[in-house]
Ligand binder design. Structure first.
Ligand SMILES: O=c1[nH]c(=O)c2[nH]c(=O)[nH]c2[nH]1
Length: 296
């Protein structure tokens, strides 16, 4: 029996970086966390401690900051630039993984347009991407997380099997709330990623609003279906959506009715609904999803 080295990658995780575009007095802010990881002929360092092929994680971090000097643009394009740089400049680096999470800022309100150089953290919502390079193969999986939405009606849940452990009452009017995490795989590297992201987000929101929901699963599927129908450049989309339960408070002990007005929000446990919505003729995903945690 011989012990051999298996899959490996290494790099600098979570290089937090804020860039201000200040060509005009109306500044723009880009706030990201970038993780760079390289793959290739790296046996010698693992087996013998020979660092000849090790592009230091410190160098990777510096490259991220230096590249930001030329602008960031869409996070997908920034990740693609980093990938091309490392695989193009070091023969033995044959691939890697570049993950970027972007935090949202909006302008502090001032009339219609907001202030030029003053910002407020918009929400916990994040945009993200993972670009994976393997030789000539490039995959881009982008997404959104912590998009918290709520319908205060137009949601029902009934018709489920009952057994001796079932206590849940059927309902034809409940609150439906969730925190959407979604990731989708692009079938091309040539795209206006900012515009596409905005559109995917808005389609998901529209579908959540317009689906009279008999189950969170049904809302999820509609969100994915409508994204894929509008965007042929997306192969599949995966969702992870907790059901943020809102339970009606029993006000009877106080001699009060509660016609769907006062709720307590349960922290945990929570239902967790996950699914992939895909087109049946999408090109094979290969290893695109291998290092995307938290989705089925
Ligand atoms: O939308 C829902 N889907 C379920 O699978 C489920 N299960 C449950 O108890 N409540 C709900 N709600």
């Amino acid at each position: 029996m011989t012990i051999v080295l298996g899959a490996n990658q290494y790099g600098k995780a979570e290089c937090r970086l804020v860039r201000i575009d200040r060509e005009t007095p109306r500044h723009r802010i880009t706030d990201v966390s970038v993780t760079s990881q390289l793959r290739g002929d790296l046996d010698a360092v693992h087996i013998e401690g020979d660092n000849a092929h090790v592009v230091a994680t410190d160098t990777q971090k510096n490259t991220v900051y230096a590249f930001a000097r030329d602008g960031i643009g869409a996070i997908e394009n920034f990740a693609l630039r980093l990938g091309a740089h490392f695989t193009g400049n070091f023969d033995w680096i044959t691939g890697g993984r570049w993950e970027i999470e972007q935090y949202q800022w909006s302008r502090i309100a001032n009339g219609e347009d907001g202030y030029d150089h003053s910002f407020v953290k918009a929400s916990d919502e994040k945009r993200n991407t993972i670009v994976t390079v393997d030789g000539d193969d490039i995959s881009i999986v982008s997404g959104i997380s912590d998009l918290v939405v709520l319908n205060s009606t137009a949601s029902e849940f009934w018709g489920y099997p009952k057994d001796r452990y079932t206590t849940l009452k059927e309902t034809t009017d409940r609150i439906l709330a969730t925190s959407v995490s979604a990731r989708w795989r692009y079938l091309t590297t040539e795209l206006d990623f900012d515009k596409t992201f905005d559109d995917v987000r808005s389609i998901m929101l529209d579908a959540f609003v317009s689906t009279h929901s008999l189950a969170l699963q049904q809302s999820l599927f509609q969100m994915g279906k409508q994204v894929l129908e509008a965007h042929p450049e997306i192969g599949e989309i995966k969702f992870s959506m907790p059901n943020i339960h809102h339970f009606l408070v029993d006000l009877e002990p106080f001699g009060l009715d509660n016609p769907g007005e006062v709720f307590y929000v349960a922290d945990r446990p929570y239902g967790l609904i996950e699914a992939t919505v895909e087109r049946d003729d999408a090109p094979d995903a290969g290893r695109a999803w291998d290092t995307v945690p938290g989705f089925c």
